[in-house]
Design a binder for this molecule. Structure first.
Ligand code: SF4
Length: 63
């Protein structure tokens, strides 16, 4: 699976990184960074959870 981040939409509140710091980070300008271009199998659940909590739907999960 892949996570596609809409950087223009991200408002930098960091909920994704709070929920799943092993998958998401914020850069110096408080824009989301997805740590893995392709999410390893073992991080699937946290990746999905982090995407789900984004209040502006900036994270899309792709199979
Ligand atoms: S939860 Fe959404 S808006 Fe907040 S940092 Fe993550 S991607 Fe950006």
């Amino acid at each position: 699976m892949r996570i596609v981040a809409d950087h223009g939409r991200c408002e930098g509140h960091g909920l994704c990184a709070d929920v799943a710091p092993e998958v998401y980070d914020l850069d110096d300008e408080a824009v989301v960074v997805v740590r893995h271009e392709t999410v390893p199998e073992g991080l699937r659940r946290p990746a999905e959870n982090g995407a789900r909590v984004c209040p502006v739907a900036a994270l899309r999960v792709e199979p």
